[in-house]
Design a protein around this ligand. Structure first.
Ligand SMILES: C=C(O[C@@H]1C=C(C(=O)O)C=C[C@H]1O)C(=O)O
Length: 282
């Protein structure tokens, strides 16, 4: 029996998996399946994975199939740096820009949560007029010449090397300024009804996740010097990026997740906001 674990192939959690795979190596007990969040959402939904950090929106959408791994998320407060709305015009001039340049806002096909967050902020926070949305492949937003959402490493690259002529909005900053709460981009989603062997492996995995995320800053220096770091990202910028992220799922993150569920429901993106159901608790 092998626990099938999804692995977001972004720098935001690369260091956590790097350490996790030292304690729970690939082998008969654990298998790691890399992908971007939408790929992992689909694999969880269809039962090809037992557990994965993946879009918080996927949990809210299909909560009847899932439980949450206690204490684990990918969250950010004030800034995230890698979930960005890039626009050729500032927000207050965007309605006029869209009249001159009719067409959709582009959303990266890698995202579920951030796409929903952008749509919520668009209507409920920025109060911009209704618009159409269309998906483009991850990393392709800039080539469309239109306002676009990017996430993950492609977004972080735009944060580090801002494309000329674009106004950049960090969606975690926008959410925190609006709600006073952190934003939960990803939760560790567990398929319901794991058998006893899988559940025991997952308990072991979660003990390591908790230990690793509690001591991450001690490892930042060494981790930022690994060959995985892209050449456009200096080591101090990678550390600053990791410092923006938090990996717990405490009371404020849970409140934020539920509030996001309410906002998505109001936006017509969810039929209703589900409760939070936990792995390992009766
Ligand atoms: C913080 C980020 O959040 C990611 C955004 C997700 C989404 O939009 O569905 C899912 C997982 C997160 O890793 C990022 O992209 O860097």
């Amino acid at each position: 029996m092998t626990l099938r674990i999804g692995k977001i192939d972004y720098l935001n959690i690369w260091h956590v998996f790097h350490l996790l795979e030292q304690s729970c190596p690939e082998g008969p007990d654990f298998h790691y399946q890399p992908g971007h969040p939408s790929e992992l959402n689909r694999a969880l939904d269809s039962g090809l994975l037992d557990v994965s950090p993946s879009s918080s929106f996927e949990y809210l959408l299909h909560a009847e199939k899932y439980q949450l791994l206690p204490g684990a998320s990918i969250s950010a407060e004030r800034e995230v740096q890698s979930v960005l709305f890039l626009s050729p015009a500032p927000l207050n001039e965007l309605p006029a820009w869209l009249e001159k340049n009719p067409g959709p806002i582009r959303l990266t096909g890698a995202s579920a949560t951030s796409s929903a967050l952008l749509r919520v902020l668009w209507s409920q926070r920025w109060e911009l007029p209704p618009v159409s949305w269309s998906e483009v492949p991850p990393g392709a937003g800039l080539d469309t010449g239109r306002p676009f959402l990017e996430i993950g490493n492609a977004a972080l690259r735009h944060f580090i090397l801002p494309p000329p002529g674009y106004h950049i909005y960090d969606l975690a900053s926008e959410w925190t300024a609006w709600t006073g709460l952190p934003f939960v981009f990803a939760v560790w989603i567990v398929r319901r009804a794991l058998n006893d062997t899988a559940a025991a492996l997952l308990e072991r995995l979660n003990r390591h996740i908790s230990r690793i995320t509690a001591s991450l800053p001690e490892h930042f220096d060494t981790l930022s010097r690994q060959p995985y770091r892209p050449d456009w990202l200096p080591a101090p910028s990678l550390i600053r990026y990791w410092q923006a992220m938090s990996y717990g799922l405490g009371a404020r993150e849970q409140a934020a997740l539920l509030l996001f569920g309410e906002c998505c429901t109001r936006q017509g993106l969810l039929p209703g906001a589900p409760g939070l159901t936990w792995f390992g608790r009766q």
